[in-house]
Unconditional design. Sequence first.
Length: 788
Amino acid sequence: MSGFDEDDAFEQGARASLAARAMAARPAPYLDDLNPAQRQAVERLDGPVLMLAGAGTGKTKALTTRIAHLLNTGRAQPNEILAVTFTNKAAREMKTRVGRLLGETVEGMPWLGTFHALCVKILRRHAELVDLKSSFTILDTDDQIRLMKQVIAAANIDEKRWPARQLAGLIDHWKNRAWTPGKVPASEASAFNHRGAELYAAYQTRLRELNAVDFGDLLLHVLTIFQTHEDVLARYQRWFRYILVDEYQDTNVAQYMWLRLLAQGHRNICCVGDDDQSIYGWRGAEVGNILRFEKDFPGATVVRLEQNYRSTPHILGAASGVIAANESRLGKTLWTDMPEGEKLRLIGHWDGEEEARWVGEEIEAMQGGTRGLRPFSLDEIAILVRASHQMRAFEDRFLTIGLPYRVIGGPRFYERMEIRDAMAYFRLVISPDDDLAFERVVNTPKRGLGDKAQQKIQITARANGVALAEGAGLLLQEGGLTGKGAKALAELLDGIARWREMARTGEMPHTELAQVILDESGYTAMWQADTSPEAAGRLENLKELVKALEGFENLQGFLEHVALIMDNETEAEEPKVSIMTLHAAKGLEFPAVFLPGWEDGLFPSQRSMDEQGLKGVEEERRLAYVGITRARELCTVSFAANRRVFGQWQSALPSRFIDELPEDHVEVLTPPGLYGGGFGAAGVVPASTLEDRASEANVYNSPGWRRMQSRAGQRPVSQPRESRSQVIDLDAVSSFGQGDRVFHKKFGYGHVTGIEGDKLEIAFEKAGLKKVVARFVVAADRADDVPF
Ligand code: ATP
Ligand code: MG
């Protein structure tokens, strides 16, 4: 029996009662691992059950055990259980765990998966009911946008003013609310220049003509089928004897309606969740769904779990302290009988690079046991960031020191689309013959150089035995391309030639040049015009890329570095540190967790505060709660007083969430470089920059920073100006001579081997021979004076 096709099984209602009794008599040793409340949730197999409980209380464990119990007692066949999880990874994990509980592999649980995966299955069976063929294609975001552009153009709307991505976001929002075109409420009528609903309808028509669906349709179409075809719904209602849902707090309206319809059959629905962990409000999740459960399913058994099995009391205390600041919450008690363990560790850094460096060093030390901790394996350690652009600093650092890591839930920084695009531009500027780079950027952003034009370029280049860029130039000369495409191509080639010349003469610092390339090529503008949810993240990644360039002498040096580190792939099976976003970490746990970048604006994110006000801050706070509660033994929160953005220092205030951490559960660590304990990653920078920093850096007056100082019981850094200016010596260049030992913020110690204008050639002890700008260098014996 493999799936729903075996309809006959439906009607075999007369399940042999003797057999059922025999099944029920089977031992259920897995029940012994549960506490009484969990056991209740597992054994109350009939009727609606809600498990509403805090993090780490064993909700997922209970849900998994419930599946095992259903199977073991013969209440349901594997294919009669509908189990919804949030990610495919979670679904696989659940299946394995059920198998482990039963001591055997579980064959065929076709209905255990994500909402999307389950809906694809249902929709393929009934596609014709929504005018599709069962072979429908699922569009990816790119196709979706392309289609929307056509729809917008067909409606005579200027796509420049009303970008397709904005429409995509809007339609997605409507689909999450289960609004088909006809159901979009009048209150939304002004959307997209008053034409949103009309374009939505046109877009759906186009999709049907193409026999295609987008992601949001998967759920919406199935919902429509259920709502309009009672017989179909009834069959599924009968088929799914038991329904189980993890992370219920993050379901959106459409998912909620879908579940509610299906559960009307046997009413055996068990949902588990935690209102404090609702973190997808921005994607349409409605925490109200979980709070409404008892109303929707009268007579529901509500189980509250209070014992946390995951974290130490200090970690739990810290997390509870933070979440207590949220006003809209049910409020729960959590306790644990774990040994007290380590306090949550808090550390402030001078800047983001120092933060990454410190985390790298700390992890290396943790492997052998440090600060009285037990040794940790890399697999036990995770770094959870608020924004994916934060990953770059860690990835770079780890690659440099050879620390194996994996990025979960997304590509690694240099593998991201926008980073590859940007680097293709840089490559083309440095190497005119780089055909792959040319192909990548020639029509990105769109320049009207589609497949045909590109083919012509290919042919010309091949015929003349030259690289594509050169071939493109020849093609233009021959007049082989006309109109808009020709103009755009000429512009691109001119741009490349101009940037190349700028790179050659070095008339502009390479970081600025990189920015110029991205701006003049129209690449930045492409993402600025894009209003999809990922666009802002991509722009931030691009900024992060430009920032990364600062550590290099020129574009070429940077490209070589990236080529080398990308080559430096670590073997698959060795233990690795996990890096992921807080969102991707939902439901997971790690013995040791690092939570970097706790700065206002980054976390809580400025965007979320701007767009949602207090509601946004509360969602961010839940994210902080999710982050802390991922840790079993060790949780380290850090922030940087400064981040470099576009080569400019920006000071940041420690996150407001830091001040919400209860003092009793927090230990403040002192960064190694701060009080003379060795020079950290901070570098020497021009005095003017420092002045800027100091005046912006009201961080020293913030409560979080002051508290750190007083707790650490150390000399406060509250007089940064004098102490810093002492070590800044802009004239230092004149005082250096051949053979002098010097210090550079990036490359460390070395000896001067040559002087050329304002540049010094230095043989660095670790980094080898390099030419660097003299003002970034201080005499070696002064490096230790640097107060940060
Ligand atoms: P989250 O809210 O983060 O999703 P959760 O409530 O789903 O957490 P689980 O992941 O199920 O919690 O469990 C947390 C940890 O506690 C797991 O390591 C699990 O094995 C353990 N655990 C759960 N219940 C028990 C129990 N009764 N006895 C011992 N360990 C338990
Ligand atoms: Mg869970």
